[in-house]
Ligand binder design. Structure first.
Ligand code: PMP
Ligand code: GLU
Length: 398
């Protein structure tokens, strides 16, 4: 008898960011030099003072189960961070620490979305949002913004997709994959529009908060009228180069925080104790290493925009945050090289992997079928080499 995997696993797609990274590793294991511009993670090492806090935690025997929602002093550090950096007031019982912002998001979706509920998601959107909603039995309702509007949806566009079934909106700024940053006025218009729909909860995914080249980070949760239904999702992965430590957190209305705590009490018993101690150091000590990383990302953003000018048919906006460029590449659709026909962004991404040994992610993963996402969280030499190889590979397509 063959094993039938449960329908719920078959009901959503594999993560294409992780899938592409896996293909890149497989090619590298065959002895090829592969430049990874697929996975969105800082190439920097975790700052020393954070690593030392983790080593100290081991010596201090922080080796037991922690409270399910996270150590109280970590949740206090999160509250101080919200107050200091975002002017948001949360108490520790409104904070839940999880195994990455990814689990934070999944907890929130599972806590809010019932089967049949609609969730509005501005597109392009981060790869996992729609799958999470589908997993919960909800219906993702995508709202498209193209390059001509800097990949940012307007309040009017969102409103046109709200129905009595809408339960949640999943919003991110700075946005992955587009790098777009909503300004205060754009957010204010969205918050004002939501005033008419008090049944709609709002997830504000702020994981790229510190990788912002236009100044002060603005939070959708900071608008007074949303304070009783906004859930801020954040984490240490991007700001502190801590992707492998797996620490994310939410600040949420109490019933939602309690529901997330209950869920993860059954799923994970809470997150890793050593990583939690490290996160306290990250959130309560100097932000200077983060600023330096952001400056470097800014320089690389400028470099990549220059390098991209050499690639015919790549149309790009100027992303104001995160560490991705998201060019439109549809000029290549309908071209071919030998037996390979390029019909989609996925075809192009696989062609680039095969012929340039550079990993990228298809825009289809993010709801934008004409685009490719390239992460510039890589060293300058690698970026220059990657773009030269991409240019040479694409020149083969006629
Ligand atoms: N939100 C966005 C927009 C992301 O790009 C990511 C990817 N790191 C996450 C959430 C999840 O981050 P993590 O689980 O590493 O904290
Ligand atoms: N968030 C990163 C990305 O978009 C990491 C991969 C993932 O978690 O899916 O590439």
């Amino acid at each position: 008898m063959t094993l039938q995997i449960a329908d719920r696993v078959n009901s959503f797609a594999e993560s294409q960011t992780l899938g592409m990274a896996k293909l890149g590793r497989e090619l590298a294991s065959k002895g090829h030099k592969v430049i990874n511009l697929s996975l969105g993670e800082p190439d920097f090492d975790t700052p020393l003072h954070i690593k030392e806090a983790a080593i100290q935690a081991i010596h201090d025997n922080y080796t037991h189960y922690t409270p399910v929602a996270g150590f109280i002093d970590l949740r206090e550090a999160v509250c101080s961070k919200f107050s200091r950096e975002n002017n948001l007031t949360f108490t520790p019982d409104q904070v839940v620490v999880s195994t990455g912002a990814k689990q934070s998001l999944m907890n929130v979706v599972l806590s809010i979305v019932n089967p049949g509920d609609e969730v509005v998601i501005p597109a392009p959107f981060w790869v996992s949002y729609a799958s999470m909603v589908e997993f919960a039995g909800g219906k993702p309702v995508l709202i498209y913004a193209g390059i001509e509007q800097d990949f940012k949806v307007t309040a009017e566009q969102i409103e046109a997709h709200i129905t009595p079934k809408t339960k949640l909106m999943m919003f991110s700024s700075p946005c992955n994959p587009s790098g777009s940053v909503y300004n205060r006025a754009e957010m204010e218009a969205i918050a004002a529009m939501l005033d008419k729909y008090p049944q709609v909860y709002v997830v504000s995914d702020e994981i790229y908060e510190h990788i912002n080249y236009v100044g002060k980070h603005e939070s959708l949760a900071s608008f007074e009228n949303l304070s009783n239904r906004a859930i801020v999702v954040n984490g240490v992965s991007k700001a502190f180069a801590m992707t492998g430590w797996r620490i994310g957190y939410i600040g949420a209305p109490k019933p939602i925080a309690a529901a997330c705590e209950k869920l993860q009490g059954q799923f994970t018993s809470g997150t890793n104790s050593i990583a939690q101690r490290a996160a306290i150091a990250a959130l309560s000590q100097s932000i200077e290493p983060t600023r330096q990383m952001c400056n470097t990302f800014h320089q690389r953003r400028n470099l990549v925009l220059e390098l991209m000018k050499n690639i015919p048919g790549f149309k790009c906006n100027v992303p104001d945050g995160a560490f991705y460029v998201f060019p439109e590449v549809s000029d290549y659709f309908g071209t071919k090289y030998e037996n390979t026909n390029i019909q989609t962004a996925t075809d192009l991404s696989l062609f680039i992997l095969e012929h340039a040994h550079v990993t990228t992610v298809t825009g289809e993963a993010f709801g934008s079928n004409n685009n490719l996402r390239l992460s510039y969280a890589a060293g300058e030499a690698d970026l220059k080499e990657a773009f030269t190889k991409i240019e040479q590979a694409l020149a083969k397509l006629k």
